[in-house]
Design a protein around this ligand. Structure first.
Ligand SMILES: [Zn+2]
Length: 691
């Protein structure tokens, strides 16, 4: 390959990697597997090695993923020692090379500590005088977010150490994991609430760590596993493994799946064992980490710029299996979207029997030219939900049939529709399609909507009896009706009615979300409620008015506009109004003024849960003055996500305090805006494994 050709390839690889980074980190919706992603990265690194003149500092091979992009919500602190990533490999030969290199340098007998590589979010804990004093995320490896309040809510992390012998001041590092059971529960809740589910437990763990509501963190069922104490902090221990044993005796959560290995054969045994056995673990692991155990040898071997020379990570390949597609079901969701699902010959994959795989949408089926009867390759990696990644065309039986995508709703028979620039077909019969109606009713009552505890089974019962067809019917329910349902006693019935009654006090932003307007999630609902103040004002807004609102695009504006021009929806709103629900912002934050900011000059920069204008209005309502430029007179810079870099720089130079949205809300006593609670997940580095 000549340099010209290399330059073209490098350019293309960087583009692909950056695009996938964006999908992964920002959209939280990876489109390629971790394995394929790593292959792109390896190819790029290899080319840059061959053509060093084409290697530039901004190449994705030199940047580790950062979880700091989320704005300035948490205080940032420097790590005592940088948190580095491990070199990783999918090849046993490279593990052999690693062992051979180490043996050559160490030149005496030594052992390896082999450990599972956990697939979670990196964390560094500091204990001082036996007490947990700080917890930092990995951040960019040098600076991390201080999430100590959240970490204190995670079960299994001791606030105080027990036993004796712990260093007076030390760091211990590891990972926050979300076990599969918690992950499934969380995603089910999110889907009920009309939110995007997390792609995998790693993203869910990472997103949970950055929540502003630490009580919610406590409810998420996270766990912690610790696996590294920087050798500088444990001078009196000989080996890494002994230090971890001691840490376990102090009450710290350390994995008991570690093993000391004397040679490469034992390492291979360990890898082989866990490649199968990991499928029985209740949490995600994606490889094995092999560390030279002696701390003295670790110090001798030292570090490259990016990773230690005394450790390597071996990554398991996502498991694949071949099986046959028997038929395709078409399922209707709450919003009417029709999702094709393949029924397959059962096959054992990553510890579970797999019988069904999502086929996403019609385009996805066409992209493989999938036929019914085809032999397909299925993977189940970090994504959890099995996915078809290819078709073995050579194995196609003669009678294999091309799937016929339905033209009518499999549930109610209404002709399906497809919106321009959308890949999914949907049933437009929102008003009478049973699955959609039940889905909407369930959404209406969900926790972040009207907050009435109600499961699918109850909805089925109420629907089947004909008691409830639309949300307003909940407010007409009678005690005797509920008590006539199978399994309902007086207590449960009256509690349900009380809960319905209590929902009349739920604020307008939640009510707006509960209505289930297509594309209007919780964040948008909160923003619309604060911007328009009442349902009448929102209903009167023109398409252009809506489009002019920050973050509202054409699809969403059209959807909202049409919603308020649909007679059946307007009639339902009238019924809900008559029932006593909140349809305006009575407790508008801007009217609840205080003197919290009296005499202060505040510069507002970045994006917030509310619009920037609304944030300025809040400043004014609480007695402060909003200014546009940072100067010596600025009291503080109120920074949302992606604040102006010059403003941040200026503030830092002048020693002006930079305040996060959360701190600000606390200062004015407004609590958290609902929309700011959930943050996108920012996963760990691109190389997997960290130190
Ligand atoms: Zn339908």
């Amino acid at each position: 390959m000549d340099i010209k050709e290399a330059a073209i390839q490098i350019d293309s690889l960087r583009q692909q990697i950056n695009e996938n980074n964006r999908r992964y980190y920002v959209e939280n919706a990876p489109v390629i597997s971790d394995y394929d992603y790593d292959q792109l990265l390896y190819r790029l690194a290899e080319l840059e090695r061959q053509f060093p003149q084409l290697d530039t500092p901004d190449s994705p091979t030199h940047r580790v993923g950062s979880d700091l992009q989320a704005g300035l919500r948490f205080a940032r602190k420097e790590h005592k020692y940088p948190m580095l990533s491990l070199g990783n490999t999918y090849s046993i030969e490279e593990v052999e090379d690693f062992a051979a290199r180490a043996a050559k340098i160490i030149n005496t007998s030594f052992t390896y500590s082999c450990e599972l590589k956990f697939d979670g979010a990196g964390i560094s804990l500091t204990y001082r005088h036996g007490r947990l004093v700080q917890a930092l995320t990995r951040g960019d490896g040098v600076v991390g977010d201080d999430v100590t309040v959240n970490i204190r809510k995670i079960a299994g992390i001791p606030h105080t150490l027990r036993g004796s012998g712990w260093p007076e001041d030390f760091e211990i590092r590891g990972e926050i994991l979300m076990p599969f059971s918690s992950f499934d529960r969380l995603n089910a809740e999110r889907e009920d609430a009309g939110e995007e589910p997390f792609a995998n437990p790693r993203n869910a763990a990472s997103g949970s760590l950055k929540l502003l509501d630490s009580e919610e963190v406590g409810r998420r069922g996270l766990m912690c596993t610790l696996y590294h104490i920087p050798s500088q902090d444990i001078q009196n221990f000989e080996g890494h493994s002994q230090a971890l044993d001691a840490a376990a005796s102090w009450g710290l959560p350390v994995s008991d799946k570690r093993r000391l290995c004397a040679n490469i054969e034992e390492i291979k045994d360990y890898i082989g064992y866990w490649d199968t056995e990991r499928k029985n673990l209740p949490y995600a692991t994606d490889g094995v980490v092999i560390k030279i155990n002696s701390l003295e040898h670790q110090r001798d071997l030292g570090y490259t710029a990016k990773s230690p020379r005394w450790a390597v990570a071996y990554k398991f390949k996502a498991e694949e299996a071949l099986t046959k597609v028997l038929s395709i079901d078409y399922q209707v969701g709450r919003t009417g979207a029709v999702t094709p699902v393949a029924n397959m010959e059962p096959v054992f994959l990553s510890g579970t029997m797999v019988k069904r795989a999502t086929l996403v949408n019609e385009d996805f089926i066409r992209s493989f030219d999938l036929h019914i009867g085809d032999t397909v390759k299925v993977v189940k990696g970090g994504e959890i939900i099995p996915k078809i990644i290819g078709v073995d065309l050579s194995a196609r039986p003669a009678d294999a049939a091309l799937p016929v995508f339905p033209t009518v709703c499999p549930d109610c028979g209404t002709p399906l529709k497809k919106e321009e620039d959308q890949a999914r077909w949907y049933c437009p019969n929102a008003g009478a399609c049973p699955t959609q109606i039940k889905g909407r009713l369930l959404h209406f009552l969900s926790r972040k909507a009207m907050n009435v505890l109600c499961g699918e089974a109850t909805i089925d019962q109420l629907y089947d009896r004909g008691y409830v067809r639309k949300p307003s019917d909940f407010y007409q329910l009678q005690m005797r009706q509920l008590m006539s349902l199978e399994g309902w006693k007086e207590k449960a019935s009256s509690r349900f009615l009380e809960s319905i009654e209590a929902s009349k006090k739920v604020t307008f932003d939640h009510v707006l979300f509960a209505l289930g307007i297509r594309y209007v999630g919780q964040t948008t609902a909160a923003m619309l409620a604060s911007r328009f103040g009442s349902i009448e004002a929102l209903a009167e807004a023109s398409y252009e008015d809506l489009l002019a609102v920050e973050d509202i695009g054409e699809t969403m504006a059209r959807s909202i506009y049409e919603y308020f021009r649909t007679p059946s929806e307007l009639e339902e709103i009238e019924r809900l109004k008559a029932a006593g629900l909140q349809f305006d912002m009575k407790e508008n934050a801007t009217q609840k003024a205080s003197d919290a900011l009296a005499g202060m000059t505040v510069v507002v920069s970045g994006t917030f849960a509310l619009s920037r204008d609304d944030m300025k209005a809040l400043v004014a309502a609480h007695g402060g003055k909003a200014a546009s430029g940072v100067s010596g007179k600025t009291s503080f810079l109120l920074a949302g996500e992606k604040p102006g870099p010059e403003k941040v720089k200026k503030a830092e130079e002048l020693g002006v305090k930079i305040m996060s949205e959360a701190e600000f809300m606390a200062l004015i006593g407004a609590g958290q805006p609902e929309a700011a609670k959930e943050e996108e997940a920012f996963p760990q580095d691109l190389f997997g494994g960290m130190i």
